[in-house]
Design a protein around this ligand. Structure first.
Ligand code: PLP
Length: 494
């Protein structure tokens, strides 16, 4: 399997190169030249397997330059006891036709762990194959990726991790998780501004020839652990297959029947993985894209115009506070019939004018696959409270956005197909809005007092790794302006 770039028709690289480089030199995103197929017979076989075995089978045709043993080693060590549940991506039922795919049982309590426990292991093998030197993993985070990358790459030989997070927006627990991170190969720095400022800054540094020259003089090269890296996206395909198998095994779905997936979306990585699962042959009906008040994707999927020139809202679901949704570029490339020229035009228009419009035929294809809705702050809180009171299920705000948009979809279409909502974070990472939702009052106290109160009120278990943050010293207090990011990179590398 070779990998193409969304922006240059002449690029063709191996999986290992795509993973090591993260982003193609001209700024395009890598993606596989074809989509491997899973037959119904193979899908039935998957149902009898463990999560690790399912992941090995789904990943293998994408990573053909990895040997069976290499891939098995990576997958087995990624999905071990660092997850609090044996089935890794645990499927819970909210009611008889709604499943919750709990992706937050990893070390940092967000779905990013499922990819970021595996990615560093894929990196190590890929770096060996490509003869890459030491890699600097540059991360822009809206809250969860940063911590998951720090944890995944902690003390991995041949790598350093530099994380930029927006000073406005991440939850106090998310910030604490990052600034107290242990390990010798990392740096963390706040950027004054929002996630788009941090992400745009990181993308510029990535392709800045002076910075790259400075790095190569030190024997270093950049790579990415954001979902622009294919190695970050591919592990996520596996859990859609796994969820389907679990539904079949528990009798919730008859084998072969379709399931809808609802994905709380920001950078469009997680839902793009669901799209790949569908294209591989998983019986998926609609892919439901759930946004918070930053509803740029909802508007795009409904109208065909992507317009990022709008107010940015800092919400209680900060990991979805994004106006430039990077992975959409991959989908547009695919829906346009792999036309780099069109993709480049749209991306240039987005950069220069802040918007682009796709033609009707692409919009038709998009709407045949996707349905989109958004959920404001009040509805997010109402949903947390309603789901708790009605189903005794405690959602974090991101997951609540998904549950609300699923209800919107059902009301609008009458489609009662079994639907699975990706539950993307633990409610204990967002204790303030969750308690506010349950009690109608903004709670007072520090994160740990509030976590204890949430335990007392709901009898849910707070993940230990969050409680332990209380006693950890702050290692990374710095904050820089956006134009100070370049200097921060070289200082963190010194
Ligand atoms: C990252 C994140 C999202 C958004 O996922 P994308 O792949 O960026 O669309 C949603 N919820 C949580 C909790 C996240 O951390």
């Amino acid at each position: 399997m070779k990998y193409l770039s969304t922006r240059d028709p002449f690029v063709r690289v191996t999986a290992a190169e795509a993973i090591v480089r993260g982003l193609s030199a001209e700024g395009g995103l890598f993606l596989p030249e074809s989509i491997p197929q899973v037959t119904p017979g193979e899908l039935r076989e998957l149902c009898a397997l463990t999560y690790v075995e399912r992941a090995e089978r789904i990943l293998a045709p994408y990573l053909t330059d990895f040997s069976v043993e290499e891939l098995a080693d990576c997958v087995r060590s990624a999905y071990g006891t660092q997850f609090a549940v044996e089935d890794i991506a645990h499927l819970a039922l909210l009611d008889e036709n709604t499943g919750m795919l709990e992706l937050f049982h990893g070390p940092t309590c967000a779905f990013k762990d499922v990819a970021l426990q595996l990615l560093p292991r894929l990196f190590a093998v890929s770096a060996q194959k490509t003869g890459a030197g030491e890699l600097v993993i540059l991360v822009a985070t809206s809250g969860d990726t940063g911590k998951a990358a720090l944890e995944g790459f902690r003390d991995v030989p041949g790598t350093r991790v530099l994380v930029f997070y927006p000073s406005e927006g991440v939850s106090p627990m998310q910030r604490l998780q990052m600034i107290t991170q242990e390990g010798g190969n990392m740096g963390v720095c706040a950027v004054a501004g929002n996630f788009d400022d941090a992400q745009t800054g990181v993308k510029e540094i990535f392709t800045d020839s002076a910075v790259i020259a400075d790095l190569s003089a030190r024997g270093l090269a950049f790579s990415s652990a954001n979902s622009i890296n294919w190695g970050r996206l591919v592990p996520q395909i596996a859990y859609y297959f796994s969820a389907y198998c679990d539904l079949v095994n528990t009798g919730s779905v008859e084998f072969g029947n379709k399931v809808n997936f609802v994905v709380p979306t920001g950078n469009f990585g997680n839902i793009l993985a669901a799209y790949y699962a569908r294209e591989m042959g998983l019986p998926i009906g609609k892919l439901i894209c759930a946004s918070n008040q930053n509803c740029v994707l909802t508007d795009f999927i409904r109208t065909g115009t992507y317009n990022a020139r709008r107010d940015f809202f800092t919400t209680i679901s900060p990991s979805m506070d994004i106006l430039i949704s990077s992975n959409l570029e991959r989908l547009l490339f695919l829906l346009s019939g792999q036309e780099t020229a069109k993709t480049v035009d749209w991306m240039n228009s987005l950069r220069k004018n802040g918007d682009y419009t796709v033609p009707q035929d692409i919009l038709d294809k998009l709407q045949a696959l996707f349905w989109a809705g958004s959920c404001d702050e009040e509805s997010t809180r109402d949903t947390i409270a309603n789901v708790w009171h009605k189903n005794a299920y405690l959602c974090d705000p991101h997951t609540a956005v998904g549950v609300d948009v699923l209800q919107q979809y059902r009301d609008a279409t009458g489609d009662a197909t079994m639907a699975v909502v990706a539950a993307t974070a633990s409610p204990f990472k967002f204790v303030t809005p969750v308690l506010e939702a349950l009690n109608g009052l903004v709670p007072e106290g520090d994160e740990f007092e509030l976590a204890e109160r949430l335990v007392a009120e709901t009898a849910q278990i707070c993940p230990e790794q969050l409680l332990h943050l209380r006693d950890k010293p702050v290692r990374f207090p710095s904050i820089v302006e956006k134009d100070g990011m370049r200097r921060a990179v070289s200082e963190m590398l010194d």
